[in-house]
Design a protein around this ligand. Sequence first.
Ligand code: ZN
Length: 83
Amino acid sequence: MIHSLEGAWLMKMIFACPEKNDIFQTQYFSIIHNKGIQIDDKGNKSLDARVKLDTPCPLCGQYHEYHANEIMCPFSGSHEKLK
Ligand SMILES: [Zn+2]
């Protein structure tokens, strides 16, 4: 089930910088602690994994870490926040 997601990780994803309260796009990140798809008691699926930046945040220079749920896919419609 994870296999269908693998290609998605190769594209640019949108991250939020907690320091500057802004968002940026990068394709340089790694998945750490990937536990796969989890289903909660309401039946909602989510990817239980953590993602770490491979390059410093372009906004503040730190290597942020995120839960997979915090990352926005550029094709999900969330990119409207980007100019
Ligand atoms: Zn940052």
